[in-house]
Design a protein around this ligand. Structure first.
Ligand code: IMP
Length: 192
């Protein structure tokens, strides 16, 4: 069995990657390396933040290290909150309330948006590979559903359900993160 570290403490993300990679890989989490200092996500691109985290873990652990950065890109807001999605407002309910307030009066056809995820795989040698996943949808008029996290309750998919109305497996099959993970699988499985 070979090991890589996913630079995240989110058990949902670790489990999703482990399920995709199967038993020949052991996915370690940031929690397995408490001595590695928390990385400040201060870059102004998804790629920059993902690479910063991945390289910090590859350097500190000597393992292949994967990191993701993701966010919500809203067309009517010129792409905001984008890379600043986690810091758009202090709490999740406040972030959703601010988004709906900023989009008040914007008609449904102009409420198009997408989740974007960039994954970086960093090598202990300093080399790196990137994959990207996106998920297209629209910002609804109200929040619906209780699954998921973040902006899921206001992110409507083409079939009408919000991301928060999907099961975990349904979300993984179509989410930005699921797409970026699956695109990275051949890269990981070719590692020697
Ligand atoms: P992270 O890169 O996974 O930490 O995500 C950054 C921020 O983007 C989160 O705090 C959420 O606000 C938002 N976000 C990323 N992915 C999702 C998702 O799948 N659903 C809802 N919000 C998301």
């Amino acid at each position: 069995m070979r090991a890589l570290v996913f630079a995240s403490s989110n058990p949902g993300k670790i489990a999703e990657l482990q399920a995709l990679l199967g038993p020949q890989w052991q996915v370690k989490s940031a929690k397995d390396f408490p001595a590695v200092a928390e990385v400040d996500e201060d870059r102004d691109t998804f790629e920059g933040n993902a690479a910063k985290k991945a390289h910090a873990f590859a350097k500190a652990t000597g393992l292949w290290a994967l990191a993701d950065d993701s966010g919500l890109v809203v067309d009517a807001l010129g792409g905001r909150p984008g890379v600043y999605s986690a810091r758009y407002a202090p709490t999740e309910p406040e972030r959703i309330a601010k988004l709906l307030a900023e989009l008040a009066g914007v008609p449904e056809v102009q409420r198009t948006a997408r989740f974007k995820c960039v994954l970086c795989l960093a090598f202990p040698t300093g080399d790196e590979r990137f994959t990207t996943g996106t998920c297209e949808g629209r910002i609804g008029l109200t929040a619906r559903g209780t699954n998921g996290f973040g902006y899921d309750p206001v992110f409507e998919l083409p079939h009408g359900k919000t991301m928060a109305e999907l099961t975990r497996d349904e979300k993984s099959a179509l989410s930005h993160r699921g797409h970026a993970f699956r695109a990275m699988l051949p890269v990981i499985n070719a590692l020697t």
